[in-house]
Design a protein around this ligand. Structure first.
Ligand SMILES: Nc1ncnc2c1ncn2[C@@H]1O[C@H](COP(=O)(O)OP(=O)(O)O)[C@@H](O)[C@H]1O
Ligand SMILES: [Mg+2]
Length: 284
């Protein structure tokens, strides 16, 4: 997989060199690891060091460190409000008001819980939205086929089901040919069955495309099902890390799966639901 030169989320590129490897964050005080020179195969696509983001003087992210390898699937768990979306927005380049360093690949794409389709543009035009140059319709159609939505290219967004809209949003991410795919609770609003299908689709796309994925989710089972590594965010940092070495496709009935799930739930301070038991006998 061709990984582009690392780019800082903030920092000014060297003059006349827009693809430069400026490793400075906005504070310019944290020494960052050197970015890989172009053409070399540095296995790390995301390097975050000493990252801090504060709102009204309150740090939500507080000197956070994170590395993601090329092609790695990482899931990010954490309580509501702990800063997961803030971190994702920074990595997506949507929030640049940071201290510390965040190096990300040039080619990255993001999909949110809400598909964010423009209602006045047909689905295929939505997929191409914001792409540089004048990409042809075929580019959108190809990505839509990849997510099983080729037959809806001409449709208006309001005629799509929730699951279809989310797949269109994934197609819009894929046309960017990302080395890093950022997903912020993309299945959160889907019903259970559609959610399972969407999870399988993301798994397939990841395996086919070989890009790194950072998936924010509140669903521990989803994290164990999909990720190579599960991170738990707490107090502004990555407080816990769990490698998932189970073979794929994963079986939620596997006792090792259940053990990992229980361990993560405990780490999150949530009690695992009790194993199904036989109902008590009815009183006569
Ligand atoms: N633009 C903003 N202005 C002020 N506070 C914000 C802003 N964005 C996020 N926050 C606050 O930062 C904290 C983390 O938010 P967020 O990253 O959305 O949490 P999570 O995604 O983990 O649920 C929350 O307390 C939220 O209110
Ligand atoms: Mg969030």
């Amino acid at each position: 997989m061709a990984t582009d030169v690392h780019r800082p989320v903030t920092g000014t590129p060297h003059r006349g060199d827009t693809a430069s490897q400026d490793t400075r964050g906005s504070a310019d005080t944290t020494p960052a690891p050197p970015a890989a020179p172009p053409g070399t195969s540095d296995p790390t696509v995301v390097r975050v060091a000493g990252l801090t983001r504060a709102f009204d003087g309150r740090p939500v992210i507080d000197r956070l460190h994170l590395d993601v390898r090329a092609g790695e699937f990482v899931a990010l768990l954490g309580r509501s409000g702990c800063g997961k979306s803030t971190l994702l927005r920074i990595l997506a380049g949507l929030d640049r008001d940071i201290e510390g360093t965040a190096l990300v690949p040039r080619r990255k794409a993001v999909a949110f819980q809400a598909p964010r389709l423009m209602p006045w543009k047909r689905v295929w035009r939505n997929v191409l939205l914001g792409l540089p140059g004048k990409p042809e319709r075929g580019v959108a159609e190809h990505a839509l086929e990849e997510v099983g939505l080729g037959h809806r290219a001409q449709a208006w967004p309001k005629t799509l089901s929730g699951g279809e809209a989310q797949r269109a949003s994934l197609a819009r991410a894929l046309v960017r040919e990302p080395d890093l795919l950022l997903l912020d609770e993309p299945f959160g609003a889907l019903d259970a069955l559609t959610r399972v299908k969407a999870q399988r689709l993301v798994d397939e796309l990841w395996q086919r495309r070989g890009c790194a994925v950072l998936l924010v989710t509140h669903d521990v089972e989803e994290a164990v099902l999909l990720a190579d590594r599960v991170l738990v965010m707490e107090d502004g940092v990555i407080a816990h890390e769990q490698r998932i070495d189970l073979p794929r496709p994963r079986d939620i009935a596997d006792p090792r799966f259940a053990a990992l799930r229980t361990g993560l739930l405990e780490r999150l301070g949530v009690e695992a639901p009790p194993a199904p038991s036989t109902p008590p006998p009815k009183a006569a």
